[in-house]
Design a protein around this ligand. Structure first.
Ligand SMILES: [Zn+2]
Length: 413
């Protein structure tokens, strides 16, 4: 019974701790039930398995404006580029979404936390595309009832009602891999009433939550004006019961020390989106401080504030972002190591929400994996670790030979 995956495995059982071993991994119903003949290994034998990547923050519809408008800062970019794109999505976009999900899976994203749009028909088309391709995902119907263009806004009541419609849709009943996630866009585009309504739904239906926080200085000061009764940005969400151990907060660049301490206490996860933070000139997040504070951290592409849908790019830019702080601001700041960045892209996201057991190869975890073959084009490797670093820094989808989600090989045709 079950399947056996045999070969070299590379993962981080703990954050930043690399383990390489050869073994036979037995998988039944998508879950690792046994690891047989496990021995440490160093030799390069042509290929290795790593845990699949977890993109903890991506906007599926924005792939339509990938790389466009990135000369503008966040709030202008939303108005000029993103809102016009998102507003046009309909239930007919299934094939578009299927291409998006396929590209993500080909690039090694075995789990994605998606923002959709405000239109449920389009969001259901996205869910169907994910189900048909066999990806693991959380999908959010985006909610926005204020400070949004006339052509792309909903009333508070409609936003709450269509969130309820979305999360209770039968489409989620026939899958364990795709789940809904409560998704207020960000504080600027949501009234206090809407945020509170969404907090109640998340609690009642025991659902995870995703949103943005403290991404850009203009955004932060606008939020301050909009919510004078809140002591800071985090408090806006906290007052609406949206902050708990199943919450994903993207960006978090300008949080105060006090906010970081409260985030740590709440158990919610900060999602670092370095490509986006550079592309929209938002700022550089201090991920080392988050880790030292004991906060849970995941990585996201934030397409299309981020210009690449590859989590390898997220790993590379996370390392560069932390080096920029060291170079430009603070010589005592310790940059992320490649192993730590890899950890955030696998284990960090895999354990973020609390009900997902992916991101490392251990008994009881779901088996989501990539089989990678990477050769230095100029000189043969003798150590598998060297091939692994080559892939992290210089790899792409051509080196990902197999994608396995929940123990099943994903086929693209
Ligand atoms: Zn985003």
């Amino acid at each position: 019974m079950g399947d056996i995956f045999k070969g070299t495995f590379i993962h981080t059982p703990q954050l930043g701790q690399l383990e390489i071993f050869s073994a036979q991994i037995k998988v039944i119903n998508g879950v690792i039930t046994e690891i047989i003949d496990k021995i440490p290994c160093t030799d390069h034998k042509g290929g290795f398995y790593i845990p699949g990547f977890v993109d903890a923050h991506i906007h599926a519809p924005q792939t339509r404006n990938l790389s466009l408008g990135l000369d503008k800062p966040l709030l202008q970019w939303l108005d000029s580029t993103t809102f016009p794109t998102e507003s046009k999505f309909t239930g007919d976009d299934y094939l578009f979404y299927k291409q998006v999900v396929k590209q993500l899976v080909k690039n090694g994203t075995t789990t994605a936390c998606y923002f959709g749009t405000i239109q449920n028909e389009a969001n259901l088309a996205l869910v169907q595309a994910i189900k048909d391709l066999g990806q693991r995902a959380f999908v959010g119907k985006v909610c926005m009832d204020s400070n949004s263009p006339q052509y792309y806004i909903e009333s508070t009541d409609n936003s709450v009602a269509s969130t309820l419609d979305f999360i209770t849709n039968d489409i989620f009943k026939s899958t364990n891999l795709v789940k809904p996630i409560i998704t207020p866009r960000f504080a600027i585009s949501c009234t206090k009433e809407l945020l509170k309504g969404l907090g109640k739904i998340a609690y009642k239906h025991d659902l995870p939550i995703q949103t943005h926080i403290s991404e850009n200085p203009d955004e932060v000061s606008f939020v301050k004006k909009l919510f004078p009764d809140s002591k800071d940005y985090l408090d806006v969400y906290d007052q609406a019961s949206l902050i708990n151990q199943r919450t994903l907060l993207a960006h978090a660049i300008y949080l105060s020390e006090d906010e970081l301490q409260r985030i740590k206490a709440s158990g919610c996860t900060l999602v670092h989106c370095p490509n986006s933070n550079f592309s929209l000139n938002s700022g550089i997040a201090r991920t080392r401080d988050w880790l030292e504070c004991g906060i849970k951290v995941a990585l996201g592409t934030d397409v299309s504030g981020g210009s690449s849908l590859s989590m390898l790019n997220a790993i590379q830019t996370a390392i560069l972002a932390s080096k920029s702080i060291n170079l430009l601001k603070d010589q005592n700041y310790k940059p992320l190591t490649p192993i730590e960045a890899f950890s955030l892209a696998t284990l960090g996201g895999g354990t973020a929400i609390g009900n997902r057991n992916v991101g490392k190869f251990e008994v009881g975890m779901a088996f989501d994996a990539l089989f990678v073959e990477y050769e230095n084009p100029f000189q043969s490797f003798t150590q598998v670790e060297d091939s692994f670093y080559g892939f992290l820094y210089n790899g792409d989808d051509r080196h990902i030979k197999n994608v396995i989600i929940n123990g099943r090989n994903i086929h693209f045709d």
